[in-house]
Each structure stands twice: as structure tokens, then as C-alpha cells.
Design a protein around this ligand. Structure first.
Ligand code: SAH
Ligand code: SF4
Ligand code: F3S
Length: 474
């Protein structure tokens, strides 16, 4: 009888379960947000699905950072419309939501240009999803646009159940930006800077570790501007938070944070790099340009020399550090000499950990877009190619310097070849060795034998737990 009842209940829940498909664009914070959206929608019957086929709701979590990124939205909506039509022909309905930074920036336009979209909401309102969905699914035709910057903090309204999907996890600790670099949309799409409180961060970190994470990347648009309320009521900086997490969250072995602004690297955080083995010797520290006039026009609030001095301090604290960065070529007014200054800075600093470089893209509403000194597309192409060649060579040389070294590797998943496992070095390089699947979640010293492309290959040089049973005992 009970069994029968249970079965009926399971059947009933299955019927209520609707399929949710989320497509994520842009930065790590969007990846984090997408996961949280799924958690918000789970209690109202939506279950994440790997494919769009037959989905009851599709969320596009969008990025507005460059023109190409936001253009994708409209072409993708066109493709999803076909799935909607198919679902409607079968007597169903596929709700379509546009979330994220394009939604925040162009909400009204999306609503008027794309009638197939049912809901548009920004990064700060997705905790309201259950209400929005209830309204949108009630009567056909009821459209939702929610791009407020609400007075309530979404983190106070999100479910306390974030689980890690693997051995590495993201955790947003700070959001928004008050820096207003003249090329950037983020201060408009994510809103004013705000930090979460330490108690809720620690609780979430513990949940992530309890569900399998051994590495957490703390996220923020300006993560090192973190100034959250500490347990004692005072404001804590990122250095203090990182020390606290390392101390209080058992089983958390690796901590990373991204993205940092050079202006906010304070001495305490730099010192933490020298003291905490948990903090990985890898830092993404965007500089954008090596020319002072460009840095000033970009409103980055530091000079090339100040950046180099900061890097020197960091290496003093942590000599085995490797840097990554972001660069923009062809910012309005950039001359040949300015670009040469960037190349010089890259040569002097060395970005072994893989840097990102972009052609300047005019973004509506940002000050630089109004400049009359836009750089020609062909010039941008040429500068980008030159810079990328240098950055690739630096990364390749850094990867090759790993050959013969023994480094700790956190294993994530099986590799492509039979019996192969894939993990990451402290510098985020993929490392492949032959080994059992029980390696997932273990940090093992591996000797690197050779390097191919961006991947390192080697073998374990310390014993590891061979199977799940042994692991349970260990
Ligand atoms: N908060 C981070 C950057 C977020 S955007 C920081 O301050 O460093 C990620 C990168 O995209 C930026 O570092 C910049 O290099 C690039 N970017 C931002 N706006 C851009 C634009 N309009 N054109 C080209 N690249 C841009
Ligand atoms: Fe954009 Fe500058 Fe803020 Fe980074 S610091 S998010 S580049 S405005
Ligand atoms: Fe893109 Fe928004 Fe992130 S514009 S880079 S998704 S903060």
C-alpha cells in the first residue's frame, strides 16, 4: 500500500516537473547566476534539462560586454522561436525568458522587437522568478519586464541550498561596479557595487564543500573591492575574508578570486598571497593598456608604472605567481606608439597564465562610444594579431617551463582517452595522467613529462586512493 502510494507520488511529481533549459553567455558570474536561477525555479516544479527539445521554459542568460555578444541574442531568439512553434503544434507551450546584462540594458527593446519573449529580467531580480513565471504562464500574452534595481538584496531571497556541481565551484561575494571605465557597460547592467556579508558567504562555502567542492573561485565584477560586513559587524576586505575561509571551511583546499582591479589590490590581500597555501599562485589582473594616456582616457585610475610596481610587490610576496590579464586594442585615440607601449608592458611583465585581448567595441551609453577618435577596424585587427601572438608565445613558454616539474593537480573528470584523467594545476593548466576515476576530487602531486598545446601530460608521484571504498575509509 505504502509502496503503491509512493509510486503514485513519484508519478505525480514527475508530471508536475517541467523542463528548464538555460543557455549561458558571458562571464563566470552569469554561470553562477544561471545555477541560482535553476535553484529558485526548482520548488515551483522546474527541473534542469540538458537540451532545449521539449523544454517548458528557456532562459537565455545574456552578456552585453561587446557588440558581438549582444547581437547573438536576437539571432538566438529566432532559433528558439522554431522550438516554440514545434511545442505549440504539439499542444504545449515553451516560455522564453531573456535574463542577464542584455536584458538589463535593452529590456524595452527586446520586448518590442521580439514578441516571442515572455519575460525579461536583469541580474538583480531573478529571485522574483517564481512570481514572474506564475504571471507569465497564467494568461497567454501577459509579458513581464523586470529590470529594476530593487531595494531588497537578492541574496537575502535566494534559497540556501547551493550545491557544487563538481570539484570546483563559483561563489559570488561582490557584485556591481562603481569604477565607470569609459568603455564598459557593467556599472549600468550590474548596478552599484555591493558586497555580501561574511556569514552568508561562509555558509555557502561550507555547503559547496559539503557537496564536493575542493576549490572555490570567489566572484565579483570588482572582487578585490569586497567590503562585506564581518562577523564582528566591521567591514572586512578580501584579504581578511580569504584568511577566514581558509581557516573555517574544512576541506576547502584551493581558493581563487576574479576579477580584480589593480587599484583595489591592498597590502593585506597581497600579504595573504604570501601566507596562505590555499590561495592559488595565479592572478587575473586586467591592465587593458600599457599607455598612460590610454589608461587615463579609459578612467582606469592608475599608470603603467603603478601597475608594474604592484606586480613587483605581488611577486615579492609570492615568487611562483603567474599572471593573466585583459587587454583592449584600438581604444578611441590609440596611436601606434600607445600600442607599442602595451607591447612593451606585456614583454616586461610577462603574462604566462593566459591573457585575454579584445578589439575595442563601442557600447551604447558609455562615454568612449561618443568619441570621434575611433580606430579603424583593420588597424584594430592588426594590433590584436600582434598582441595575441606575443601573449600566446608567453603562455606557451610558461606551459613548457612546467616540463620536469612536480606540481599538485586537482582532478576533475575523465580525460578524452581511455583510462586518462584530467585535472588542473595551480595555474589552471589542464593536466592529463593515466589513472582511475576515483582520482576525481583528489589533489595529487604529478610530475610533468611533456607539454602539448595548452595541456600538460605526466604521472602521479604520490600514492592516491584507488577506489571509492578505500576513499570512504580514508
Ligand atoms: N571587471 C573586470 C572586467 C569585466 S569585463 C575588470 O575591471 O577588469 C572583461 C573584459 O572585457 C575587460 O577587462 C575588458 O578588457 C573587456 N571589455 C570590456 N568592455 C569592453 C569593450 N567595450 N570593448 C572591448 N573590450 C571590452
Ligand atoms: Fe567595467 Fe571597469 Fe568596472 Fe571592470 S572596473 S567592470 S572594466 S567599469
Ligand atoms: Fe557580460 Fe554582464 Fe558578465 S556584460 S561579462 S555577463 S557582467
Amino acid at each position: 500500500m505504502t509502496a503503491q502510494l509512493d509510486m503514485n507520488q513519484t508519478e505525480a511529481t514527475k508530471k508536475n516537473n517541467k523542463k528548464l533549459f538555460i543557455k549561458t553567455y558571458g562571464c563566470q558570474m552569469n554561470v553562477y547566476d544561471s545555477q541560482r536561477m535553476a535553484e529558485v525555479l526548482s520548488p515551483v516544479g522546474y527541473e534542469l534539462s540538458e537540451t532545449i527539445d521539449d523544454a517548458d521554459m528557456v532562459i537565455m542568460n545574456t552578456c552585453h560586454i561587446r557588440e558581438k555578444a549582444s547581437e547573438k541574442v536576437y539571432s538566438e531568439i529566432g532559433r528558439i522561436r522554431k522550438h516554440q512553434e514545434k511545442k505549440a503544434a504539439d499542444g504545449g507551450r515553451m516560455l522564453l525568458a531573456v535574463a542577464g546584462c542584455v536584458a538589463q540594458a535593452e529590456g524595452e527593446e527586446i520586448m518590442s522587437r521580439a514578441p516571442e519573449v515572455d519575460m525579461v529580467f536583469g541580474p538583480q531580480t531573478y529571485h522574483r522568478l517564481p512570481e514572474m513565471v506564475a504571471k507569465a504562464s497564467r494568461a497567454a500574452g501577459q509579458k513581464i519586464l523586470d529590470t529594476d534595481f530593487p531595494p531588497e538584496d537578492k541574496f537575502d531571497h535566494l534559497p540556501d541550498e547551493t550545491k557544487s556541481e563538481g570539484v570546483t565551484a563559483f561563489l559570488t561575494i561582490q557584485e556591481g561596479c562603481d569604477k565607470f571605465c569609459t568603455f564598459c557597460v557593467v556599472p549600468y547592467t550590474r548596478g552599484a557595487e555591493s558586497s555580501r556579508n561574511v556569514t552568508s558567504i561562509v555558509a555557502e562555502a561550507k555547503r559547496l564543500v559539503a557537496s564536493g567542492a575542493r576549490e572555490i573561485t570567489l566572484l565579483g565584477q570588482n572582487v578585490n573591492a569586497f567590503h562585506g560586513q564581518g562577523r564582528d559587524g566591521s567591514e572586512w576586505g578580501l584579504g581578511r575574508l580569504v584568511r577566514h575561509l581558509a581557516d573555517k571551511v574544512d576541506g576547502l583546499d584551493r581558493i581563487r578570486y576574479t576579477t580584480s582591479h589593480p587599484r583595489d589590490m591592498d597590502d593585506d590581500l597581497i600579504a595573504a598571497h604570501g601566507e596562505l597555501p590555499h590561495l592559488m599562485p595565479y592572478l587575473h589582473l586586467p591592465v587593458q593598456s600599457g599607455a598612460d594616456n590610454m589608461l587615463a582616457a579609459m578612467n582606469r585610475k592608475h599608470t603603467a608604472k603603478e601597475y608594474m610596481e604592484l606586480v613587483e610587490k605581488l611577486f615579492k610576496a609570492r615568487p611562483d605567481l603567474a599572471l593573466s590579464s585583459d587587454f583592449i586594442v584600438g581604444f578611441p585615440g590609440e596611436t601606434k606608439q600607445d600600442h607599442a607601449d602595451t607591447i612593451r608592458l606585456v614583454s616586461e611583465v610577462g603574462f604566462g597564465a593566459g591573457a585575454f585581448s579584445f578589439k575595442y567595441s563601442e557600447r551604447p551609453g558609455t562615454p568612449a562610444a561618443a568619441s570621434e577618435m575611433q580606430v579603424a577596424e583593420e588597424v584594430k585587427d592588426e594590433r590584436l594579431a600582434g598582441l595575441q601572438q606575443l601573449l600566446n608565445a608567453q603562455q606557451q613558454a610558461f606551459n613548457e617551463s612546467m616540463a620536469g616539474k612536480t606540481i599538485p593537480v586537482l582532478f576533475e573528470k575523465p580525460g578524452r582517452e581511455n583510462g586518462q584523467m584530467m585535472g588542473r594545476s595551480p595555474y589552471l593548466q589542464p593536466v592529463h595522467i593515466q589513472g582511475p576515476e576515483s582520482l576525481v576530487g583528489q589533489i595529487i602531486d604529478c610530475k610533468i613529462d611533456h607539454v602539448k598545446g595548452h595541456s600538460l601530460f605526466g604521472e602521479a608521484v604520490e600514492p592516491f586512493v584507488e577506489n571509492e571504498q578505500e576513499r570512504a575509509i580514508a
